[in-house]
Write a protein of this length. Structure first.
Length: 184
């Protein structure tokens, strides 16, 4: 498992990929996932899981017949997750979040996308690409949940999704905004 020390090392080594100096808190994960209907979410996508704090919470909640596709581009985090997660419902993928559709079967769409990607450190082109790809791969009734440390992504999410609600938690280092976006 990736340690906090290694996470900090990855932050300083890859600031364009790792958006915080410490892993997200379980409290943030629980708040992000609190109003999700995991009984009806059959295809779930997680973007930028890092050490897998949210991944573990999703696995605990997901239905027995659901599939979880976990996209991690950082070599260190990917290797750790791929070695640690043995649940056959989970597919750990070493690829960019802008390539979601290339990793799913033709016509397959997600019910839920949970993102920990540090959108504010991405180039505008990559940020738009990830948000557009996520929106396109979601079912019409799909949900996209994203956390950020600022409100900078709010305008882009509101321009993409029909409904965007924002909540906030102090119980994370640093404190975080949680965006819950509904496609239709």
């Amino acid at each position: 498992m990736t340690t906090k020390r290694n996470f900090i090392k990855q932050f300083f080594k890859n600031k364009n990929m790792v958006g915080a100096i410490t892993p997200s808190s379980k409290f943030l994960g629980k708040k992000m996932l609190s109003k999700i209907d995991f009984n009806s979410a059959k295809i779930i996508i997680e973007l930028g899981p890092g050490t897998g704090v949210f991944t573990d919470l999703i696995i605990q909640r997901m239905a027995p017949d659901a599939k979880l596709f976990v996209f991690e581009l950082n070599d260190n985090f990917y290797t750790s997750l791929a070695a640690r997660i043995t649940d056959p419902r989970v597919h750990v993928i070493h690829d960019s979040a802008s390539n979601i559709s290339k990793q799913l079967k033709t016509g397959e769409q997600a019910d839920l996308i949970v993102s920990s990607l540090p959108l504010t450190v991405f180039s505008e082109k990559l940020r738009k690409s990830v948000i557009t790809e996520s929106h396109q791969i979601l079912k019409e009734t799909g949900t996209y949940v994203q956390f950020q440390y600022s409100l900078q992504a709010k305008r882009l999410l509101e321009a993409t999704y029909k409904t965007v609600s924002v909540s906030f938690t102090l119980k994370n280092i640093p404190p975080a905004f949680i965006y819950k976006c509904i496609k239709t």
